[in-house]
Design a protein around this ligand. Structure first.
Ligand SMILES: Nc1ncnc2c1ncn2[C@@H]1O[C@H](COP(=O)(O)OP(=O)(O)OP(=O)(O)O)[C@@H](O)[C@H]1O
Length: 456
């Protein structure tokens, strides 16, 4: 997202000690050249035939977009915006690959529809985690910076603001808090014109969240424009999504189309739990060169892994739902600005988090759903924390027994994707490969060149 824009990224990139590096402005220029190529390729999800000017946006919004360094819309932005902006407003269910700019698509619709003369909540965005809600709020605020008088507010748990009234044009929050605030009459639901569920499949699928979203919606005006966005819409939630957002314009993708070419998917066959940990330690040196996220199954594993790694002198941060809100904010902000380079976390951060410097994602535990079955959607969202908007990244999954191998295999089959095995017996070769990927990612190399690096 925007707060991660050029400056923050350059700063993080500038600290990667991987041998002789191109100058910073060259790195940025390389990334831009590569992006221009990708956006000119009709088969790429970042492609568009039109410019932002042709999308009928206000001059203030165009200024905001260009300030964020956006040159051309992505495919989802180009397709979704005209449908979202038409009058009378129509509901939308839209799907697009991770890191392809869905946030901007729904934010531009919101900002185009706000009446600035009326300081009351007119648009509500719901997200599954406080981190994502804060991030989306940052994008909307950044994008709307030239709209004089625009007020945006977070609606996430905050004990210091328990009785504040939500006097703002746009609210971004988590469903439980929003529900609570509407009930306590701190949020006035009547002026609401737009409801967006980001990560909508997750929001509607999870028992608790789904109920809360439905309740919130039932307290909002009947005629509200309902907008559902996600990279994944598994069949089991489609019916409910259609009820939640009736008569919607629908933009969906087949699941074979969902993987991003720039994310190189690798796996390592470990010989049990001990070997898995030893392998992780081997990767540690490579992981901290850019920024990396290690995903584990439970809060407990996250904490244990952090304690174990720290006891051995490694510097890692850890974030899970077990921590209090302010602590979570502090940790994600440190990771965002590059102060912390390795973050251990659970599925709480699997979705939506946009930090362009993340070059490696490790699935320390293969994602399983509540019934212990392989969870392809979560896998896709987790690996999508790297390879944002045309960048290149590595996703590394650890398997350590038959069950985890089978689960990963099922996930790969579901997406019709090939995973490349990494043989860590030849550590020098692995190290060289990962170094090359990190370096090439910064130099804006093409995905074809990256594939050659991996397949030797
Ligand atoms: N048109 C554009 N030109 C350049 N960069 C863009 C454009 N649109 C979005 N971006 C950038 O792309 C990155 C990814 O965008 P965003 O977070 O909205 O992805 P997403 O599709 O919501 O991904 P996810 O499914 O993981 O939530 C952000 O850093 C954003 O600033």
């Amino acid at each position: 997202m925007s707060s991660e824009g050029g400056a923050a990224e350059s700063q993080v990139d500038g600290t990667i000690p991987t041998g002789p590096e191109p100058a910073l402005q060259d790195v940025e220029a390389n990334v831009e050249v590569k992006l221009a190529d990708l956006q000119a390729d009709p088969s790429n999800p970042l492609y568009s035939a039109q410019s932002f000017q042709e999308l009928n946006l206000s001059p203030e919004l165009l200024k905001g977009i260009y300030q964020m360094n956006f040159r051309k819309p992505s495919k989802i932005q180009e397709k979704a915006l005209p449908l979202l902006l038409q009058n009378p407003p129509t509901n939308m269910i839209a799907q697009s690959q991770s890191g392809t700019g869905k946030t901007a698509a729904f934010s531009l619709n919101i900002l185009s529809r706000i009446d600035l003369n009326n300081i009351s909540p007119q648009a509500l965005v719901l997200a599954p985690s406080r981190e994502l809600a804060r991030q989306i709020l940052g994008v909307i605020t950044h994008m709307g910076q030239f709209m004089a008088g625009l007020i945006t507010m977070p609606a996430i748990p905050d004990p210091t603001k328990r009785n504040q009234k939500y006097e703002a044009h746009v609210l971004v929050g988590t469903p439980g808090t929003v529900m609570d605030m509407i009930r306590r009459r701190l949020i006035d639901p009547k002026p609401m014109k737009i409801l967006v569920l980001d990560e909508a499949d997750n929001m509607l699928d999870q028992q608790g969240l789904g109920e809360q979203c439905t309740r919130v919606k039932s307290m909002l005006p009947k005629q509200i424009q309902t907008v559902l966005f996600s990279a994944t819409f598994p069949q089991r939630v489609i019916d409910y999504a259609n009820k939640f957002a009736p008569n919607a314009n629908v933009l969906t993708l087949a699941h074979e189309e969902l993987t991003i070419e720039g994310i190189k998917q690798l796996y390592i066959d470990c010989e049990g739990d001990t070997d898995k940990y030893a392998t992780l330690l081997k990767f540690y040196g490579l992981m901290s060169q850019a920024s990396s996220i290690i995903f584990v199954r439970t809060r407990r594993t996250a904490l244990e892994l952090q304690q174990r790694m720290e006891a051995e002198g490694h510097k890692v941060a850890q974030l899970s739902g077990a921590l209090e809100g302010p602590e979570r904010d502090r940790i994600i902000d440190q990771f965002r600005n590059g102060e912390a380079k390795v973050l251990i976390t659970t599925n709480v951060l699997a979705r939506g988090i946009d930090i362009q410097s993340v070059t490696m994602v490790i699935n320390y535990d293969i994602p399983l759903d509540a019934r212990n079955q392989p969870d392809p959607e979560t896998y896709l969202h987790r690996i999508g924390r790297t390879g944002r908007f045309g960048r290149v990244g590595v996703a590394l999954s650890f398997v350590h027994d038959r069950a985890s191998w089978q689960a990963l295999n099922d996930i790969a089959t579901y997406f019709k994707t090939d995973l490349h095995a990494v043989d860590i017996k030849d550590w020098d070769a692995v190290e060289e490969m990962v170094q090359k990927i990190i370096k090439s990612s910064r130099a804006g190399k093409s995905t074809k060149e990256m594939t050659e690096i991996i397949t030797g």
